[in-house]
Write a protein that binds this ligand. Structure first.
Ligand code: FES
Length: 216
């Protein structure tokens, strides 16, 4: 197979490239002849031009590298940006019924340990009746349905809803309440009432141990 391809490529090359290659070859031959036949001023002139050409190319190469370095360093993320790319939170101290607020990529995040009653409340809802239909299971991890992790950003206009801190109003559905324009979220942080079009967003997350969750 490979033999056949090689034969074809060598057969085509002369037909296409010969006319263009001929002058270059003749120039190269003349230059070489000049260098060989004139060991005096002209021969050293050719070598000097060659040196200038090589030096110019080398310098251009260094220049390109010098320009490329800042671009590469600009493209690589700084350490603090990388640190914000994901966070790890130990949730062991969050009791059922409690929530905490944390921050990830400069956005508030709610981590909530749902009680059995709150899980039941979320599961008995007719999902088809929801504005943004999702089950609690779809918004949590298998075996960890009590851990509801969402962005603390109202999907209406971006306010931070209430309900994550102790004593805050949780709204008519026991989840979160955004007082800006009156959006109510249920115990699965799904929109149930008010102008917000979508449920509170669930970020990418995974439990990396029984109690430590990695967000991002
Ligand atoms: S921003 Fe939350 S209801 Fe308007």
């Amino acid at each position: 197979m490979s033999t056949v391809k090689k034969t074809k490529s060598t057969a085509k090359k002369p037909a296409v490239k010969k006319p263009a290659a001929a002058p270059a070859a003749s120039v190269a031959t003349k230059a070489a002849a000049g260098a060989q036949n004139h060991d005096g001023a002209e021969g050293s002139g050719v070598r000097r031009r060659d040196f200038i050409h090589v030096a110019a190319v080398s310098f251009a190469g260094v220049g390109a590298a010098a320009v490329a370095m800042p671009l590469v360093s600009q493209m690589s993320a700084s350490a603090d940006v990388l640190a914000l790319a994901s966070i790890e939170v130990d949730v062991a101290a969050i009791q059922p019924g409690q929530s905490i607020k944390t921050s990830w990529r400069k956005q508030p995040v709610f981590i909530r340990n749902l009680t059995p009653a709150e899980i039941e409340e979320a599961n008995k809802v007719d999902v088809g009746s929801l504005r943004d239909p999702q089950t609690l299971a779809e918004r949590t991890k298998p075996g960890k349905e009590n851990w509801l992790i969402t962005l603390g950003v109202c999907t209406h206009l971006g306010c931070v809803p209430l309900g994550a801190a102790a004593g805050e109003v949780k709204g008519e559905y026991g989840g979160y309440f955004c007082p800006c324009h009156g959006s109510h979220y249920d115990t699965a942080a799904r929109i149930r009432k008010g102008p917000a079009p979508l449920n509170l967003a669930v970020p990418e997350f995974a439990f990396i141990s029984d109690t430590v969750v990695k967000i991002g």
